[in-house]
Design a protein around this ligand. Structure first.
Ligand SMILES: Cc1cc2nc3c(=O)[nH]c(=O)nc-3n(C[C@H](O)[C@H](O)[C@H](O)COP(=O)(O)OP(=O)(O)OC[C@H]3O[C@@H](n4cnc5c(N)ncnc54)[C@H](O)[C@@H]3O)c2cc1C
Ligand code: FES
Length: 344
């Protein structure tokens, strides 16, 4: 009787081998951080997937729809978002804590703010000290002139000897951080770069490479490719770059340099989805995902980066073409609102 009034009890979470107590209503991430575990995280609202971990046993209640930032394969394998999961029983969790060990916050100064297209700006930042990261990873960026706001951006270059880093920031209508970057003169302003984060980097193999970028999703793909040139990567490579109109294409000189220096075969295929007005456009038209089938080489490994709907369709096409989930790597450029909207 009155059992519904019984107070919920704390549960135990085994994080890798370490037991921690989780209070009722507490998320796994909150509990892990409170107990001093250096658990990977960034946005804390279900928008970036930095806190993804594997639920090996037990039950959790999810605060938002994790399917928006995790792939079908990851969901099938039992991956969850620690920041959005409240245990409903004792649970066992596996998470890669090693990745978090390299994470640090480094100060810097904006030394370049270049307009690449009508809605993409490249921020160049001189760091006060070196920051190690893998080409393809991202960092949480905050500007001293915009206090209390931090957003995720992918490094657009591999590590440079002079400790300069670059980010491509696409203007999101109504977006706080990206509007600030597009509207204010930031040269000389102080910045904090917190990272590296994420598990998007080139896996060693000899198989052909298919890279698909949309919009500012070209940033980590360029970083991967420049690193590939430095490592003399000879894998047969195809880069599909999806944009709306010709004015949305950028970094073409950099791509040309990469193509010239690539040790193996290199194809670059820009695809415009709204090229009706570009009567002079001689290249491919339509949705970038519709161009996967004609160009993909047998046994390809795929790297995708850009807006979530493009990634979801590309993953589905790749799976239909027989590419296994463990050969597809993707970075979804979700916004904080995506995570919140998925919960609504
Ligand atoms: C791993 C990762 C890497 C990324 N890398 C890049 C990158 O290299 N380049 C890049 O350009 N972007 C990148 N992003 C996206 C980036 O982190 C930001 O989300 C993006 O720039 C928008 O930030 P913002 O502050 O301008 O917009 P926000 O202020 O966060 O708003 C986002 C959108 O939500 C809307 N919104 C906000 N609140 C509400 C509300 N309450 N109701 C309705 N609508 C609302 C806004 O109008 C806007 O359209 C990445 C994201 C992730 C997760
Ligand atoms: S920290 Fe959990 S999704 Fe961003």
């Amino acid at each position: 009787m009155f059992s519904f009034l019984a107070k919920k009890k704390p549960s135990t979470a085994l994080i890798n081998a370490q037991p921690i107590t989780v209070q009722p209503k507490e998320t796994l991430l909150q509990a892990a951080l409170r107990e001093g575990i250096n658990f990977p995280h960034s946005c804390r609202v279900g928008g970036c997937a930095t806190c993804k971990c594997k639920l090996v046993s037990g039950k959790v209640r999810e605060l938002t729809e994790a399917g928006y930032v995790l792939s079908d394969d990851e969901l099938d394998q039992g991956y969850i978002l620690a920041c959005q999961s409240v245990p409903q029983s004792d649970v066992r969790i596996e998470v890669d804590l090693a990745a978090q060990q390299a994470r640090r916050q480094v100060g810097g100064r904006v030394v370049g703010q270049d307009r690449l297209t009508h809605d993409i700006v490249r921020l160049r930042i001189q760091l006060d000290e070196a920051l190690a990261y893998k080409a393809g990873q991202f960092a949480e960026l905050s500007l001293d002139s915009l206090s209390g706001v931090a957003r995720s951006y992918s490094f657009a270059n591999p590590v440079q000897p002079d400790s300069q880093v670059s980010f491509f920031v696409r203007r999101v209508p109504g977006g706080v951080f990206s509007s600030w970057v597009h509207e204010q003169n930031l040269i000389g302003q102080t910045v904090r770069v917190d990272g590296p984060l994420g598990d998007f980097w080139l896996r060693p193999a000899d198989t052909p490479l298919l890279l698909i970028a949309g919009g500012s999703g070209l940033a980590p793909i360029l970083a991967l490719l420049k690193d590939g040139v430095a490592q003399q990567c000879a894998r047969s490579t195809t880069l599909l770059f999806g944009a709306r109109e010709e004015r949305d294409l950028y970094a073409l000189d950099e791509i040309q340099d990469i193509a010239r220096q690539w040790a193996g075969r290199f194809r670059f295929i820009p695809v415009l989805s709204a090229a009706e007005a570009d009567a002079t456009w001689r290249g491919e038209r339509g949705l970038v995902v519709d161009h996967i089938e004609p160009v993909i080489e047998a046994g390809s490994q795929a790297y995708l980066c850009g807006p979530p709907p493009m990634i979801d369709s590309a993953v589905s096409v790749l799976r239909q073409l027989g590419v296994s989930g463990d050969q597809i790597f993707a970075d979804r450029f979700t916004t904080l609102h995506d995570g919140v909207a998925a919960a609504a």
